[in-house]
Design a protein. Structure first.
Length: 56
């Protein structure tokens, strides 16, 4: 969504009002806004042997 404003001095207030209206409209209509989710997988690696390093 893009909002075109004549000046940027009211941008924080306009953005807040816009997002608040979206949130309340979604709630009234039974919609949920999911939070960003990130999965991080960690895998233990064994150190390479000198022979493995030299072969690459």
């Amino acid at each position: 969504m893009r909002l075109y404003l004549p000046t940027y001095e009211n941008l924080p207030q306009v953005r807040d009002e816009f997002m608040t209206r979206i949130w309340y409209t979604a709630r009234r209509n039974g919609l949920s806004i999911s939070f960003p989710i990130r999965n991080v997988y960690h895998q233990e690696m064994k150190p390479a042997t000198p022979d493995e390093v030299l072969s690459n």
